[in-house]
Design a protein around this ligand. Structure first.
Ligand code: NAP
Length: 349
């Protein structure tokens, strides 16, 4: 199939540059425009790097200029797809405008996530919800919050045990708050036991992700999420301590097997950014760690796309484990790219 043209909104930001990385030399998509705000207006991507230069290896992209976003210019380019890494307050109108003009938008912003007509998709968890876009020329497909995505990915193999409630404590990297993010003096040698809106987002997004598609609409799952979110002085990746209450007896060995054997549609379809194993189980008692496990996932294009799970234990009907996932790759840009690959492979973009 012919490659589709793609534009990145928010290209100078932390998530936008992960898009640049993941879409470099992509077999399905060609980048035809980069847009940002006033700080990056007219600058080359190489002048506003937020990632090591080797991450964005495609020379044309490093030298590509970022244009100040105005929605009319994006419409004029008429891309086949838009990848959005815009701030939430701006994303709502821009994304709705583009979708209403027949352009598919794959977004990381939270602004449109909970709309009834917007599927909130983690490809290995609920790719069937992408059907909501079928037959439409323009639409929005949303990613979850970075901490919701990692949690959903690790809970999916356990759903068969009947999960009712999940207590989760997240230890979240500073890159999760964008660039320049939280002031260094607030986070160096410190941690902050509060992240604005994060707990609310997790509590409402997971039931939508695990919901069922009925007559074109999502009916939320009854699963209850009780999060406590903490910002920690780590550059990338969110670690989550999970306690999931289930309604049947299960052994640690069975839980480990469920994690080990888990694959889903992106793996079955052999999508370019799909990790061979979406959940990597570590048996060592001191894993996962951000420094060692952030980039889990193979092949090369899928690095950072796997969640790593460790410390699996069962007490009564509570399954306990720790999971780690890269917030700007699996939890943001990579999640959108995988959604778009699924849509491409199904002939829907
Ligand atoms: N960071 C994460 O881990 C993460 C994870 C999941 C979802 N998200 C979501 O992804 C989105 C991007 O997050 P981020 O962390 O990449 O933020 P960021 O680093 O602050 O980047 C924001 C981007 O938006 C652009 N922008 C700002 N104001 C603009 C304006 N008025 N018009 C046009 N463009 C404007 C910025 O351009 P300039 O550089 O020119 O200002 C930059 O390219 C947010 O909605 C965030 O909630 C982030």
């Amino acid at each position: 199939m012919e490659k589709r043209s793609a534009v990145i909104l928010g290209a100078s930001g932390i998530v936008g540059q992960r898009f640049c990385q993941m879409l470099s030399n992509h077999p399905y998509f060609n980048i035809t425009g980069l847009f940002g705000g006033s700080a990056s207006d007219g600058k080359k991507l190489s002048e506003v790097l937020r990632l090591p230069e080797y991450c964005i290896s495609q020379t044309e992209l490093l030298n590509e200029r970022i244009n100040h976003l105005d929605v009319g210019s994006v419409r004029k380019i008429d891309p086949d797809i838009v990848f959005s890494a815009l701030p939430n307050d701006l994303a709502r109108e821009v994304e709705l405008d583009l979708a209403s003009h027949g352009i598919p938008v794959f977004t990381n912003a939270s602004a449109n996530r909970m709309r009834e007509d917007v599927p909130l998709v983690v490809p290995e968890v609920n790719s069937e919800c992408l059907e909501m876009a079928q037959g439409k020329e323009g639409y929005i497909v949303a990613n979850g919050n970075c901490s919701s995505i990692g949690l959903a990915l690790s809970l999916k193999p356990l759903l068969k045990y009947g999960i009712s409630d999940v207590n989760v404590t997240t230890l979240q990297a500073v890159s999760g708050s964008g660039y320049p993010g939280i002031p260094s003096l607030d986070i160096m040698d410190n941690l902050v036991p509060y992240i604005q809106d994060e707990e609310e987002k997790m509590a409402r997004e997971i039931p939508k992700m695990f919901g069922s598609l009925e007559s074109g609409k999502i009916r939320n799952s009854a699963i209850k999420i009780h999060p406590t979110c903490i910002r920690v002085p780590v550059r990338d990746s969110h670690l989550e301590v999970v306690q999931a209450a289930v309604n049947q007896d299960v052994t640690p060995g069975e839980v480990k097997e469920a994690f080990r054997n888990f694959i889903s549609s992106p793996q079955e379809m052999g999508l370019p950014s799909a990790p061979e194993k979406p959940v990597v189980l570590r048996e060592e008692e001191n894993r996962p760690q951000p420094y060692l496990d952030s980039m889990a996932g193979s092949p090369e294009r899928a690095r950072g796309m796997a969640a790593t799970v460790g410390r699996v234990e069962v007490s009564g009907r509570i399954i306990r484990y720790v999971t780690l996932s890269h917030n700007t790759i699996r939890g943001a840009a990579g999640g959108s790219v995988l959604n778009a690959e699924l849509m491409f492979k199904r002939g829907l973009v």
